[in-house]
Design a protein around this ligand. Structure first.
Ligand SMILES: Nc1nc2c(ncn2[C@@H]2O[C@H](COP(=O)(O)OP(=O)(O)OP(=O)(O)O)[C@@H](O)[C@H]2O)c(=O)[nH]1
Ligand SMILES: [Mg+2]
Length: 321
C-alpha cells in the first residue's frame, strides 16, 4: 500500500532535517510523526519514526547528564527583549516576520517552530529584540520555552481572532500562571510580566467579532491590538505599543562645546537618573560626576542638574567630571 503522505509531512520533514541536535530535533520529530496520517499504508513509516524518536530521546537524556547548560536561552540584544507566546498556528512566526527582517518557518501544521528564533524590530532610532518560540502546551519544549518567557522583558501574546479568542487567551494566561509568570501589571505574586496581546488574522471571517470579545475582556489587563500578518494591517499600532510597553527612555550624550551625538542613543529603563546613565557610558563618569547639563526635559536648555535627576525620552545630556 502506498503511503500517500500529505504536503505537511514534507514540510515537517524539512524542519526536522534542519533542526540542530538536541531538544529541537526531538520536538521536530514529534511534529513529523503527528503529520503522518494514521492508516495501514503508513504503519511502517510511523513505526520507523517512533524508533528514531526513542533513540533521539535516549541520546538527549545522556547529553543532559553531561550538563549542556542553557542551549535554548537567547542572549539579550537591543533595547528590550520581547517573547512571542501563543498556541500552535496562532501566527507567532508570521507576526515575527511582519515586525522584523527575520525569515522564520511559517506553516499551517502545528509546532512548525521548534527552536527559538530571534529578529530585531527597528523602531525609530533603536532596535527591539523579538523571540519566536514553539507553541505553549507542547510537552517536549514547554520546559525551556517557559524559561525564555521568564527572562524576557515583555510578553507578546499572539491570539488567533478566529478561534474563540477570549477562551484561548484565558487558557494561555492560565498556563503562564501555572509557571508562575503573571502577565499583568501590579500583581504582587510571582514574576509579574509586562504583556500585550496581538489578536492576529484580523483579515479572516469572524475576526472583527473576535476582536471585540477579546479586547472587551482584556483591555483593562493589557493593551490589545488587532493585526493581520497576511495584509499587514495593524502593525504600525503594534510597533508603537511594543515600544510603549518597553518603557525605555532614549538619551543622547554630548561633550562640552561639541554637537550632541544623535546617532545611536543610550537606552535606559523609564525612571533612570543621570547617575544611571553614567553607568552605561563609563565608570569614570560614575565615580567622578560633578553635575550634568540637560537639553530637552529641563526647564531651560543646558540646565545644570544633579545625579538624581530623572531623564526623559530624547534628552540630551552633557556629563561633567
Ligand atoms: N488569514 C491569515 N492567516 C494567517 C495570518 N497569520 C498567519 N496565518 C496562517 O496561520 C498559519 C500558522 O502561522 P504561523 O506563523 O506558522 O503560526 P505559529 O503560531 O508560529 O505556529 P507554531 O510555530 O506551529 O506554533 C499559517 O498557515 C499562516 O499562513 C493572518 O494574519 N491571516
Ligand atoms: Mg511558529
Amino acid at each position: 500500500m502506498p503511503a500517500n503522505l500529505p504536503p505537511e509531512y514534507y514540510e515537517a520533514e524539512k524542519t526536522y532535517k534542519e533542526a540542530p541536535p538536541g531538544p529541537a530535533k526531538v520536538a521536530a520529530l514529534e511534529a513529523l510523526i503527528s503529520s503522518v496520517p494514521k492508516h495501514k499504508g503508513t504503519d511502517k513509516i510511523r513505526a520507523d519514526l517512533r524508533r528514531r524518536l526513542s533513540k533521539l530521546k535516549d541520546e538527549a537524556q545522556k547529553k543532559k547528564k553531561g550538563g549542556r547548560g542553557d542551549l535554548f536561552s537567547v542572549s539579550k540584544e537591543g533595547a528590550a527583549q520581547v517573547a512571542l507566546a501563543g498556541f500552535a498556528n496562532s501566527g507567532k512566526s508570521s507576526v515575527l516576520a511582519s515586525l522584523t527582517n527575520a525569515k522564520p518557518v511559517i506553516a499551517n501544521y502545528p509546532v512548525s517552530t521548534v527552536m527559538p528564533f530571534q529578529g530585531m524590530m527597528p523602531y525609530e532610532d533603536i532596535q527591539i529584540q523579538l523571540v519566536d518560540i514553539p507553541p505553549i502546551g507542547n510537552e517536549s519544549t514547554d520546559g525551556w520555552v517557559s524559561g525564555i518567557l521568564r527572562v524576557a522583558d515583555i510578553l507578546l501574546l499572539v491570539i488567533d481572532l478566529t478561534d474563540a479568542p477570549d477562551v484561548r487567551a484565558e487558557l494561555l494566561i492560565g498556563q503562564l500562571q501555572q509557571w508562575n509568570i503573571h502577565p499583568k501589571e501590579g500583581a504582587e505574586k510571582g514574576v509579574v510580566k509586562r504583556a500585550l496581546i496581538a489578536g492576529n488574522k484580523s483579515d479572516a471571517p469572524g475576526a472583527a467579532e473576535g476582536f471585540k470579545i477579546l479586547s472587551g475582556k482584556y483591555q483593562d489587563t493589557c493593551p490589545v491590538v488587532g493585526v493581520s500578518a497576511m495584509t499587514q494591517e495593524g502593525f504600525e499600532e503594534l510597533r508603537n505599543t511594543v515600544f510603549e510597553a518597553a518603557r525605555i527612555v532614549r538619551v543622547y550624550t554630548k561633550e562640552p562645546g561639541k554637537e550632541p551625538d544623535l546617532g545611536t542613543p543610550f537606552t535606559l529603563p523609564a525612571g533612570a537618573t543621570v547617575i544611571d546613565l553614567t553607568r552605561a557610558v563609563h565608570k569614570d563618569f560614575t565615580a567622578g560626576l560633578k553635575y550634568a547639563c540637560i537639553w530637552g526635559s529641563s526647564k531651560f536648555p543646558g540646565q545644570r542638574v544633579q545625579r538624581d535627576y530623572v531623564l526623559r525620552d530624547r534628552d540630551i545630556v552633557e556629563l561633567h567630571i
